[in-house]
Design a protein around this ligand. Structure first.
Ligand SMILES: *[C@@H]1O[C@H](CO)[C@@H](O)[C@H](O)[C@H]1NC(C)=O
Ligand SMILES: *[C@@H]1O[C@H](CO)[C@@H](O)[C@H](O)[C@H]1NC(C)=O
Ligand SMILES: *[C@@H]1O[C@H](CO)[C@@H](O)[C@H](O)[C@H]1NC(C)=O
Ligand SMILES: *[C@@H]1O[C@H](CO)[C@@H](O)[C@H](O)[C@H]1NC(C)=O
Ligand SMILES: *[C@@H]1O[C@H](CO)[C@@H](O)[C@H](O)[C@H]1NC(C)=O
Ligand SMILES: *[C@@H]1O[C@H](CO)[C@@H](O)[C@H](O)[C@H]1NC(C)=O
Ligand SMILES: *[C@@H]1O[C@H](CO)[C@@H](O)[C@H](O)[C@H]1NC(C)=O
Ligand SMILES: *[C@@H]1O[C@H](CO)[C@@H](O)[C@H](O)[C@H]1NC(C)=O
Length: 477
């Protein structure tokens, strides 16, 4: 019975489907005018890899809706999407070459155009693209496009996503962006924005923008405000993701960023010129921030205590700066943190006991600082830790027995310190450990038998210590 009614339901659904989709009944399923336009478009391209071989005139492939990369509307039969990103195969992008033909204008229902990773041989973005007014998604990433961006693109008022990254484009300004009021996702990374002084004001005018990627654009610093106004979260731009890494930004960026302090989840500023301190006023209020990368940013002050107030952080990288002073106790408040990198600074003092409170940590790197004191027992509480690097400091005392409790550890580097005493038996409990470096310390005694229990061990470095019995050691690899 159940089977029968299921069958009935099925045929009813099929009927519904057929009625709802008149296009389904057509033999060609493709509008002739648009088919001709696509064939024109193909003629202007050089197709070295035969990617468009399905685009033909022969009887069995006349239906352009079945051509590679072409998608038609089930309702109207119009071509709505062209997905022609170059495929990666045999170690190269199989790019189309040639020029973007104006015949695309015939595809006036087009909402998606993806020509990324093709090779348009240094030509400019054709201005006619600005007339494809239904366009929602335009991706011209890494397509060997050059020269200036046509201001006609400002007409694409339905655009949700624009990716012009990795091209040789010049931008005098970004004023043309201001009418893209629906834009949610903007990627201009690796294009030259060095002359766009007022780029931040252009971004302020995009009321729907969520995702902004301007990495590696030669971005100049924001001109400092004459009357600095620190309005927290006062922007109407709902930015969630911001990548401004590898630019020339200075601390004048903070008042602008503060405008998004209530919405930002991801902030990448590494490789800039943010000399000075990590301003409490800036990051202290970014209460929802989950990802903060400030590595290689010329920071040269103490880490503020308020860092611990960023209670949503899961990823924090402050490596490669000139930060000094000690690691604040408050780090222990960041209970959601899974990645903490403070390596390559000038941090002193001892490692705070509170590290053990960061129970979500999986990656902790404090290497290449001037940390003193001993390794706190509390490290054993970081049971999710898989990568621990404390190398290149001035740590003394013995390796705590509690290391054996870090059962998730796969990489442990304590080299280049002044650790003494013997290697604890408990190391044998770290059965996932594949890399163990204890070299260049002052460890004594014999190597515990339990080393043989570390069944995952691939690399073991114990040289330049005062250990005995190295030559007798049986290692499981
Ligand atoms: C249109 O049809 C295709 C294949 O027949 C199907 O995969 C797709 O989900 C349909 N789209 C809509 C919006 O119905
Ligand atoms: C189906 O064919 C009819 C008549 O030939 C045409 O008017 C209609 O636009 C076609 N539909 C599609 C989806 O091509
Ligand atoms: C852009 O829009 C304006 C008016 O809104 C119109 O005059 C102009 O022709 C359009 N340009 C293109 C390239 O469609
Ligand atoms: C644009 O295309 C490239 C390559 O196909 C892809 O990696 C990138 O994510 C796309 N951009 C957007 C905004 O979808
Ligand atoms: C927010 O900005 C508006 C103008 O853009 C201003 O009038 C208002 O005082 C600001 N509010 C705060 C709390 O800064
Ligand atoms: C912050 O946002 C407000 C409202 O959009 C804007 O008026 C102000 O200029 C912005 N501040 C900065 C520093 O860009
Ligand atoms: C940061 O750099 C700028 C320009 O390089 C300089 O004028 C300023 O004094 C520096 N600030 C600090 C705190 O080092
Ligand atoms: C956070 O913002 C509030 C309201 O604008 C302000 O009073 C407070 O001082 C800010 N906190 C920090 C740490 O800057």
């Amino acid at each position: 019975m159940a089977g029968r009614s299921f069958q009935h339901l099925l045929s009813f659904l099929m009927l519904l489907l057929l009625c709802a989709k008149p296009g389904l009944g057509n033999v060609t399923g493709c509008i002739e005018r648009e088919r001709q336009a696509l064939l024109h478009f193909k003629r202007r391209l050089v197709d070295d890899y035969g990617l468009l071989s399905s685009w033909g005139d022969e009887h069995d492939n006349r239906n352009c809706c079945n051509w590679r990369g072409v998608q038609c509307s089930n309702q109207s039969g119009h071509v709505i999407m062209l997905h022609l990103q170059a495929p990666w195969s045999e170690n190269l992008y199989q790019s189309l070459r040639g020029e973007i033909s104006p015949s695309l204008l015939e595809l006036d229902h087009l909402t998606h155009l993806d020509l990324s990773y093709n090779d348009f041989e240094g030509s400019s973005i054709p201005p006619f693209l600005g007339s494809l007014s239904r366009m929602q998604y335009l991706n011209l990433s890494q397509a060997n496009l050059a020269q200036t961006v046509p201001t006609q693109l400002r007409n694409l008022s339905n655009l949700l996503s624009l990716d012009l990254s990795d091209n040789y484009l010049n931008f005098g300004n970004l004023e043309w962006l201001s009418r893209l009021s629906s834009l949610r996702h903007l990627d201009l990374s690796s294009v030259d924005l060095s002359k766009v002084i007022h780029w931040s004001q252009a971004i302020n005018k995009l009321p729907s923008l969520i995702h902004l990627d301007l990495q590696n654009c030669d971005l100049p610093p924001i001109p400092p405000l004459t009357i600095p106004s620190l309005s927290h979260g006062n922007s109407s731009v709902p930015l969630v993701f911001v990548d401004l890494s590898s630019n020339h930004l200075t601390s004048s960026i903070y008042p602008w960023l503060l405008n998004f302090s209530t919405t930002l989840l991801h902030l990448d500023l590494y490789f800039n010129d943010l000399n000075g301190s990590i301003p409490e006023y800036a990051f202290g209020n970014m209460s929802s921030l989950e990802y903060l990368d400030l590595q290689w940013s010329e920071l040269d002050d103490e880490i503020p205590d308020t860092i611990g107030d960023m209670g949503s952080l899961a990823y924090l990288d402050l490596s490669g700066n000139q930060l000094w002073g000690s690691i604040p106790d408050t780090v222990g408040k960041m209970v959601l943190l899974s990645h903490l990198d403070l390596s390559g600074n000038q941090l002193r003092g001892s490692i705070p006991d509170t590290v053990g409170k960061m129970v979500s940590l999986s990656h902790l790197d404090l290497s290449r600082n001037q940390l003193q004191g001993s390794i706190p027992d509390t490290v054993g509480k970081m049971v999710l830790l898989s990568h621990l690097d404390l190398s290149g400091n001035q740590l003394r005392g013995s390796i705590p027995d509690t290391v054996g409790k870090m059962v998730s550890l796969s990489h442990l580097d304590l080299s280049r310190n002044q650790l003494q005493g013997s290697i604890p038996d408990t190391v044998g409990k770290m059965v996932l450990l594949s890399h163990l470096d204890l070299s260049r310390n002052q460890l004594q005694g014999s190597i515990p038998d339990t080393v043989g229990n570390m069944v995952s061990l691939k690399n073991l470095y114990l040289s330049q210590n005062h250990l005995q019995g190295l030559q007798l050691l049986f290692l499981p690899y």
